[in-house]
Design a protein around this ligand. Structure first.
Ligand code: WTA
Length: 655
């Protein structure tokens, strides 16, 4: 609540500059028209966007079929995502805006060592056709799943688009996940084929991916083939009959492959994300609705023009990379920048160097990165010419007003509007955000729901709150980019998202709406932590910890952190007693990295003889959170099973 108090004292307002508004894709007038229609008839609004922004082979018969919680958008329509991202731009007769983008840069890629590749729409189209043919030759068919476990290299975008071309669903697993995490995701999706690379570059050194795939695939009976892209040229083991080199297959593949005419509801991809229980959920997105949502929001919110150079720093392994590195930009015929490596390698100015070098005009990143750069010092951005920038974006977690102001002042030179975009893996695309030429911004607020998005604030009983209010953020009407389910688990889908309130999607976030209808997102209200903008379930880390032979019991909570937003704190009762030592702490941190990946590694591990529990046996997380963040323990502790436990935990604080 302290957070909300500071946020709500925020009174600064920034109006869009008239020069920006004049050239904006959506100005005040058009935005207000869209809002009116979206308010009155969201389905009609989205259908209008689907017609305007997406190319269809066959028109749809029904805008929306809504059998809560199952939605179908643009029923009967046929389209293809790779056609929308590639083919239609090659010919002025089919391309949005009526220009040929055949020789326009689709992807500007820079590797961490400084090697670069600029790939035009024409080239990307040919490479995607080739890889689509490769997939077909390897037995991949419409409806199959293909797992992509790759670094940030252009072949990842090629593989995604090739899947969409033939109607196979991709399941991308972030390259930082461990072999065990990869294995579980492959098995859950029953992927037939894995595309990977020998490795990639991070922090100045090559890291291996193929070796991790080998370990994972030893326990995935569904996988028939592994295709390996050569990136670092480090030695890899090639299993005969299973493993194939990307470049060898591509050399033989035809550059012609007609895009499949796919049903609007054909599965497009599965992306695993953390929830409140132990196992990650496979979030399913489909073709026509998702494409409509990301294409429309990208055009409106990022105000894309043909001469823009757009850079979103997210890894494609997360939803932001799917929607706003690849699909949204390419469907709009934009030039999208991809950077392979660490933001601060070889020096703390690498990002600013990239902006200057490529003349980036639109820049989209996360608050955790902004806070890191604030700490590194203004001299690094100031040493570079960032005057090409005209628009900035933020995503992944609440941006604190200080970070917002720094972004505005130091990176945006006080002339770039900032779009703070709230959304989730499940929503597919942006749901709450400023429209840069139309909406006044307030530092720390994502401003207003996008037209056609019916957000609201509910109290615990499910009562819609009127006017200024705090509570649970919900979405009351289906939207085209919404998840269609959890892969293989309709029951969990219903319970997780639609079980709290009737026919209403509960997002897991708390929010405050101010007098002028602006939303201030307060962060997760469930057992999901947001660490550097990445979602990690407390249960996931707990399961990893208790799988260690050293651990009897574990409870994991988040504590506020200046840089990462949240830091993971684990309370552990070791089997060998609490005379814990640094070696055990290291071993347990290692263990979590091995089970899940380095992103889930606890920042702190504390030992205790027993965890504080209520009489019914529930771990008292609120109490642990307070202890972890160093707060005096407040509130009712009369349900504590063992008071001595509490004293013990406090003591261990003093160590
Ligand atoms: C948080 C990332 C505040 C939120 C696109 C959400 C945000 C979770 C914002 C989803 C924002 C994302 N302001 N919080 N602009 N954007 N979040 O699935 O808690 O990785 O529920 O999707 O990130 O994370 P996910």
């Amino acid at each position: 609540m302290a957070d909300i108090d500071t946020l709500l004292k925020e009174k600064r307002t920034f109006k869009p500059a008239p020069e920006f508004t004049k050239q904006a894709n959506w100005n005040k007038r058009t935005t207000s028209e869209h809002r009116k229609l979206g308010e009155k008839n969201p389905t009609k609004f989205w259908a209008k966007m689907a017609k305007e922004n997406v190319s269809w082979f066959t028109p749809w018969k029904k805008d929306l079929e809504w059998k809560p919680p199952f939605a179908k958008w643009f029923v009967g329509g046929k389209t293809n995502v790779s056609y929308n991202c590639l083919d239609r731009h090659l010919d002025p007769k089919t391309s949005p805006g009526g220009v040929s983008r055949k020789n326009k840069a689709a992807i500007i890629w820079e590797g961490e060592p400084g090697d670069t590749r600029v790939i035009t729409y024409g080239q990307l189209h040919r490479e995607v056709c080739q890889f689509a043919n490769v997939l077909k030759e390897q037995g991949v068919k419409r409806g199959d799943r293909v797992c992509l476990y790759m670094p940030m290299i252009p072949e990842l975008a090629v593989a995604m688009l090739a899947c969409t071309r033939i109607g196979a669903a991709h399941s991308i697993v972030f390259g930082g996940f461990s072999a065990d995490a990869l294995r579980d995701r492959i098995n859950d999706a029953e992927a037939k084929l894995v595309v990977t690379s020998d490795g990639g570059y991070r922090k100045g050194a090559p890291f291996a991916l193929k070796a991790t795939v080998d370990k994972a695939v030893a326990q995935t009976p569904c996988v028939e083939k592994v295709i390996v892209v050569e990136r670092t040229k480090q030695p890899v083991e090639i299993v005969a009959g299973r493993d194939l080199w990307y470049h060898e297959l591509m050399a033989l593949a035809s550059t012609k492959c007609a895009p499949a005419k796919l049903d609007a509801e054909n599965p497009l991809f599965i992306l695993y994300t953390s929830g409140t229980t132990g196992s990650p959920k496979g979030i399913l997105h489909t073709t026509g609705g998702y494409l409509t949502h990301v294409t429309t929001t990208f055009k409106a919110i990022f105000d894309i023009k043909d001469d823009d150079v757009y850079w979103c720093t997210a890894d494609i392994g997360w939803i932001t990379g799917h929607s706003y590195v690849v699909y949204g930009p390419l469907a709009n015929g934009a030039t999208t920048v991809m950077y392979e490596g660490t933001p601060t390698h070889p020096g703390p100015d690498r990002w600013w160097d990239l902006i200057e070098k490529w003349g980036v005009t639109i820049f989209y990143t996360a608050p955790t990165a902004i806070r890191t750069f604030i700490r590194l010092g203004d001299e690094h951005p100031k040493a570079h010419d960032l005057s090409s920038l005209r628009l900035l974006g933020s995503v992944g977690e609440p941006i604190n007003p200080e970070a917002w102001m720094w972004y505005h002042r130091v990176i945006g030179n006080k002339k770039c509007p900032i779009v703070d975009t709230w959304w989730q893996t499940e929503t597919g695309g942006i749901m709450i955000s400023s429209i840069p030429g139309a909406v006044d911004t307030k530092p720390g607020s994502a401003t207003k729901p996008f037209p056609g998005v019916h957000a609201d604030i509910f109290d615990e009983e499910g009562n819609s709150q009127k006017g200024e209010a705090g509570g649970f953020l919900v979405l009351k009407h289906p939207w085209p980019g919404m998840l269609r389910g959890i892969w293989g688990d309709p029951k969990r889908f219903k319970e997780t998202y639609w079980g709290t309130y009737d026919e209403t999607y509960f997002a897991g976030d708390g929010a405050h709406r101010d007098k002028s209808g602006y939303y201030w997102i307060m962060g997760r209200v469930d057992d999901v932590m947001n660490v550097s903008g990445h979602r990690i379930g407390t249960m996931e880390v707990e399961s990893a910890l208790v799988s260690s032979p050293d651990v009897a019991e574990a409870a994991v909570v988040g504590r506020p952190d200046d840089i990462t937003g949240t830091a993971i704190v684990a309370f552990v009762s070791p089997i060998g007693g609490t005379d814990a030592n640094d070696a055990l702490v290291d071993r347990l941190k290692q263990h979590v990295s091995k089970e899940i990946g380095a992103i889930a590694r606890p920042a702190e591990i504390r030992f205790t003889t027993a965890l504080p529990k209520t009489r019914s046996g529930k771990i008292m997380r609120r109490l642990l959170r307070d202890i972890a963040s160093g707060k005096e323990v407040a509130g009712d502790t009369s349900t504590l099973e063992d008071f001595s436990v509490l004293a013990k935990l406090r003591e261990s604080d003093e160590d």
